[in-house]
Design a binder for this molecule. Structure first.
Ligand code: MN
Length: 249
């Protein structure tokens, strides 16, 4: 098994090192990660300049691009052998509900969707690294178990881990995505030379976070696993749209 590891917090992030350390004696691991924090990059590709991979002293490959660039190159020619599986993270911070739209952590996993093995995205519900060992242990267990998993291609597992020591984790729950409320307005700032700008605010709170959702599971101390698929077609809208389009053209 050859595993391509990436993230969106950047190649020097502690979550990336923790994930690599958890998997390195299980499989042949290659790390390709952005040279800076690309959180919020979603599935963006860099098309306006060339990408330059740089191998660091620890063997990780740093790329001046996005998480999707990293996995895209990793699966399409950069490596001597194509990886079998993509694992992303461990992100410091939740990727719950609407977060998956913006998440570079989830995006890196999604870029592995053509592989036979289901890609995994891992996020810890903390900006601090204290409970990374919890997340790393769970990542290792799930990556090992993945060999028994037969999901269709273009499926990703979005895994969120509560910010707890391992002995306080109550188990694993399969969940659906909840929803967040709208974020607060961006904060207006002025730089020392008088130029105005905006800091985008943190994500909104859970608005749909009841039982069955990813929000609820992690709040109750469970690891949340939400299976994601690329197809976002809203099949239930077809009937209404059929009526709406009748006689239009
Ligand atoms: Mn991130």
């Amino acid at each position: 098994m050859r595993i391509l590891i990436s993230n969106d917090d950047g190649v020097t992030a502690p979550g990336l090192a923790a994930l690599h350390a958890a998997l390195v004696d299980y499989a042949e691991c290659v790390v390709i990660a952005p040279d800076q924090d690309k959180s919020g990059a979603s599935s963006s590709l860099t098309l306006d300049r060339p990408l330059h991979p740089q191998t660091l002293a620890n063997g990780f490959i740093s790329l001046n691009g996005t998480p999707t660039d990293c996995v895209h190159l990793g699966l399409n020619g950069l490596l001597a052998q194509t990886p079998d599986m993509v694992v992303s993270g461990i992100n410091l911070g939740a990727n719950l509900g609407d977060d998956v739209l913006y998440s570079g952590t989830v995006a890196a996993a999604l870029e592995g969707r053509f592989l036979g093995n289901t890609s995994l995205a891992f996020s810890l519900l903390s900006r601090q690294p204290d409970n990374l060992p919890t997340a790393a242990y769970i990542a290792r267990r799930l990556v090992e178990a993945q060999s028994r998993l037969q999901l269709p291609p273009r499926t990703v597992l979005n895994v969120n881990i509560p910010n707890l020591p391992l002995e306080h984790i109550r188990g694993i729950q399969l969940t659906r995505l909840g929803h967040r409320a709208r974020a607060a307005a961006p904060t207006k700032v002025v730089n020392p030379r008088g130029k105005e700008g905006y800091w985008i605010a943190v994500a909104g709170d859970a608005e749909d976070g009841g039982p069955g959702t990813d929000f609820h599971a992690v709040m109750q101390g469970y690891v949340s696993i939400t299976p994601l698929q690329l197809d976002r077609t809203f099949n239930d809208a077809f009937e209404q749209l059929d009526g709406w389009l009748e006689g239009l053209l």
